[in-house]
Ligand binder design. Structure first.
Ligand SMILES: [Zn+2]
Ligand SMILES: [Zn+2]
Length: 898
């Protein structure tokens, strides 16, 4: 047998293994029994891998790899999103740098530039996903602007249009004046800002009760140019006399009415509220109810339009200052107060959004939301962790019509055509330049494109042949699981459920797995601008993909957020290190070294059944059976964090530290072949179990391993897979027979005794060769178990004598370890200079007592407790409690010697 290389180096080994997988065609879709289909949440085509993707993809790959090994029909669909607004912004910027304006070159050339950009920068993320070891079917990559995909999007639009679910209307939308497009409510981010409340005087056309003017309070004085009314609360008796009167709006001299409306809070400001229907959603509603004109004072860049004199051409900020100044100069500024309020910002460019009245397309959600709620309430779709169900249902219950038009050029253009000659309008799946009604040639297509989420809501089915090739979709929908981030539960997950139920009459996925948000070490969000982000590719470069993946999986617990343990250079923004990923790398190295050791001892080995020959075998096989169950169920139930920690504990502490250690001796004797078979059985099962979590190192080890019992067919012939990633999964049902609780208990007792001896050696710095006298006191049953393990315990604990019984006495000058319900006494007489040890301990006790007395004195001082900072007082109390514990432990140690 060829020897395994001494060192495993992820930076050279991983790419070589990857190539082997790709060459072998193992990533391709596989047919099998039972389905496992996962569609990857499409990253932006020009994006780069971030920690969220890395976590998401580690989870998905674990799911897919286990399913593949279990012989399931597996399909992991990869694709990217055209990301309308993000890509358009980037291309716009690039063209600007070249001195080219989007408006000059026109729509077609601009879209060409976007395609060029996509081809140039798209695919970086796909390569990164590949490097991570994600076993995606790369031959079937999809893009939300593919021809087939575009057809699906168009069909959905046309069907909803004809079914009356899509309509056009003039509404207030969240407008980004920088991106010059509408964005949906869910894409707006609220930020608290310090602002002011300006109290402006509006002169009454005729005095009321001897009053010449009223005072309105506003956070946005610039919008007063678009006021078309003033509202008061119907519950405010003092204002009744004003209702039905008018004011003369300053600057524009517009006469506007005062009216009552329930939207008004009588306690806000003066109780008079200016109404600007075109620039505020509430005012819009009031305007509708009272038939007020809607006056748009801003253009698409939020610059004041023609017709407002000196104010025309000003930005919102300039206009605000000018309006305040004008009111001041005309003695109409009553007063100003500080006022904090929350302002909506664009999620893409961070500009303050402008509520803006414009013509937009909407999806009416009334018919869609009921079924989408039922799907989750009835358990057809299950969230993991379950608490995210609430996020989904709350959003769904409060859902308003969805604004789907975007004033962009890059994206799916709205397939509505208009005839300028006869006024015909329709949504069509094929373009036309002739009017089907009048035969005229003056037909044009709607200028808007669809919201990116409109196309990505079809992701689970439009990537799999819908609607043209339904046979491709058959058996693979609903998909098994969607693994995604919590911030797109509303934007994406919910909409996928709605569209899938409408078009396929089934849910898009059975499970939704929400992974925790990975934050920077200090708990802040990772962001490019802050430079506190960790690039997964840097982690891979430093520690290997296996280590990164394994560490990320251990973080996937029930938590909402996790702080990622990485140090970043403040100046260069480069990764310095990530201690936790480094620990994961140590685990990878441990797996390699332990496997290498075993494989060096395989001379004379032939594959065959494992047989329980010793208590250690019985314990190990039972533990192995439980590990098989734990990993299988951990992946099935999406409890990755606990499972990953569990498997590390199992392999490192139980397999390597105990079983291999205990079994080593048997490799020298006549039981060698069976010991080899047992060891290879445990190793092979473990390597297969760890494969979905750390695919590279496990594949490389497996490649070096001889066939085990797992590779034998019914006739006992070796039938080994070409690669681990397509080898058979250890099924829990096949291992149940090894579960043996008694054997586990017995070996646990053995470990307790041996550990006590080892701990004593290390505490008193005794040589491992020093033989110890050990006495064990326990219940009758446990003593019986321990006696059966005597021949295992004696060499491991290196005992001179081992006395065990239910009523044995604690020997003099011994230390006691109590664990798992047994008492282990290790005799120190003759090993340790007891009097010196006792003196040392007594010195420590005296010091601790002195410090404790000091603490107590301070704490008894009422002046101190009253005046000192609570944290300082608490610190003293904690220290006092700590000293109490130290004293107890030291006293017990001294007692051990008597
Ligand atoms: Zn923007
Ligand atoms: Zn026509």
């Amino acid at each position: 047998m060829e020897e395994m290389p001494k060192n495993y180096d992820p930076s050279t080994n991983e790419p070589a293994i990857l190539q082997k997988w790709l060459d072998g065609g193992y990533y391709k879709r596989r047919e099998g029994v039972g389905d496992c289909t996962v569609t990857i949440p499409p990253p932006n085509v020009t994006g780069k891998l971030h920690m969220g993707h890395a976590t998401d993809d580690s989870i998905q790959d674990a799911i897919i790899r286990m399913a593949r090994m279990r012989g399931r029909s597996t399909r992991w669909v990869l694709g990217t999103d055209h990301a309308g607004i993000a890509t358009q912004t980037k291309v716009d910027k690039k063209l600007k740098e070249e001195g080219i304006s989007r408006l000059e070159i026109g729509r077609d050339k601009f879209v060409d530039a976007c395609w060029d950009w996509t081809h140039e920068y798209g695919g970086i993320i796909v390569e990164q996903i590949k490097r991570m070891g994600c076993s995606v079917d790369f031959d079937n990559e999809r893009f939300t602007m593919d021809e087939d995909y575009a057809q699906a999007v168009r069909k959905v639009f046309c069907d909803w249009y004809h079914d009356g679910l899509i309509y056009r209307g003039k509404r207030i939308v969240n407008w980004c004046p920088n991106c010059t497009t509408a964005i949906s409510d869910d894409e707006a981010e609220y930020k608290d800002e310090k602002g002011h409340l300006w109290h402006l005087r509006y002169p009454l056309t005729e005095p009321v009760n001897g009053q010449d003017y009223i005072v309105v309070a506003t956070t946005r004085p610039e919008t007063m140019l678009g006021d078309t009314g003033v509202a008061v609360s119907p519950k405010d008796p003092e204002k009744a006399a004003f209702v039905g009167k008018t004011v003369k709006l300053p600057i524009v001299d517009r006469e506007i009415p005062i009216f009552e409306d329930w939207h008004v809070d009588a306690n806000f400001g003066s109780g008079f509220v200016k109404v600007t229907p075109a620039h505020d959603p509430n005012d819009y509603a009031m305007g509708q109810a009272h038939d007020l004109p809607q006056i748009n004072i801003f253009d698409e860049h939020a610059v004041v339009v023609e017709g407002y004199g000196e104010f025309t051409g000003m930005t919102r900020e300039e206009c605000r200052e000018a309006v305040i100044k004008w009111f001041e100069e005309h003695d109409l500024l009553d007063h100003v107060e500080d006022h904090d309020h929350s302002v909506m910002h664009c999620y893409r460019c961070d500009s303050a959004l402008e509520p803006w009245l414009s013509e937009q397309w909407f999806v009416a959600v009334d018919k869609l939301k009921g079924p989408a709620l039922d799907a989750v309430n009835s358990g057809k779709v299950t969230f993991h962790p379950a608490r995210w169900t609430q996020t989904y249902t709350t959003w769904m219950e409060n859902l308003k019509d969805w604004c789907i038009s975007r004033q962009l050029w890059w994206g799916h253009r709205i397939p509505v055509f208009y005839c300028e000659d006869c006024g015909w309008e329709d949504a069509l799946t094929e373009d036309t330049d002739v009017c089907p009604k009048c035969g005229g040639h003056h037909v044009h297509q709607d200028e808007n494109v669809l919201d990116t989420w409109f196309s990505s809501q079809l992701w689970t089915f439009a990537t799999q042949g819908w609607p043209q090739k339904p046979e491709l979709l058959e058996g693979h929908h609903p998909t098994t699981a969607l693994v995604t981030a919590r911030d797109i539960i509303a934007l994406w997950v919910a909409r996928m459920v709605m569209s899938s139920l409408y078009f396929l009459d089934e849910v898009p996925f059975k499970d939704v797995v929400i992974y925790p948000t990975i934050l920077a070490k200090d708990g802040s969000r990772m962001s490019k601008s802050k430079g506190n982000g960790v690039d997964p590719m840097d982690l891979i470069g430093m520690y290997g993909a296996d280590a990164m993946r394994f560490n990320l999986l251990t973080l996937c617990t029930n938590n909402q957020d996790v702080k990622f343990d990485a140090n970043i250079d403040k100046k260069t923004k480069k990764l310095i290190d990530s201690p936790r990923t480094e620990q994961a790398k140590s685990f990878v190295t441990k797996i390699w070294n332990a496997s290498r050791f075993l494989l060096m001892n395989m001379e004379g080995y032939t594959p065959g059944e494992p047989v329980v020959e010793t208590p250690a075998d019985a314990w190990m096989f039972s533990r192995l059976a439980k590990a098989v169950k734990m990993v299988t169920e951990g992946i099935e139930n999406y409890t990755f964090g606990d499972m990953a920690r569990g498997v590390q504990q199992f392999f490192w502490n139980e397999v390597c530290d105990w079983y291999v250690e205990v079994t080593k001796a048997r490799l020298k004797g006549e039981g060698r072949l069976q010991a080899q078979r047992n060891l290879i059985f445990v190793l092979d099962t473990s390597i297969r179990l760890m494969h979905p979590l750390m695919p590279f190192v496990t594949e490389e080890i497996w490649d070096n391993m001889p066939a085990s019992v797992l590779d034998l067919d019914a006739e006992g012939n070796v039938d080994r897979a070409e690669a681990l990633m397509i080898a058979k999964w250890p099924e829990p049902a096949d291992y149940v027979k090894y579960v043996d609780e008694d054997a586990e208990r017995a070996f646990e007792l053995c470990r307790t005794v041996v550990s006590a001896a080892r701990a004593t050696r290390s505490r008193y710095r005794l040589s491992p060769k020093a033989e110890l006298d050990v006495v064990v006191r326990a219940g009758a049953e446990d003593i019986e178990k321990l006696e059966s393990l005597r021949s295992t315990i004696e060499p491991l604990a290196n005992t001179a004598s081992l006395v065990m019984g239910t009523d044995v006495e604690k020997p003099a000058a011994s230390i006691a370890v109590v664990d798992s319900g047994v008492e282990v006494f290790v005799v120190l007489e003759g090993k340790v200079d007891l009097s010196a040890e006792k003196a040392r301990l007594e010195k420590e006790i005296a010091a601790a007592q002195k410090e404790l007395a000091g603490c107590e004195k301070t704490l008894a001082n009422e002046g101190f407790v009253a005046k000192a900072a609570p944290a300082v007082v608490q610190k003293k109390r904690d220290r006092a409690a700590e000293l109490q514990e130290i004293l107890e432990a030291l006293t017990a140690q001294v007692a051990d010697f008597s």
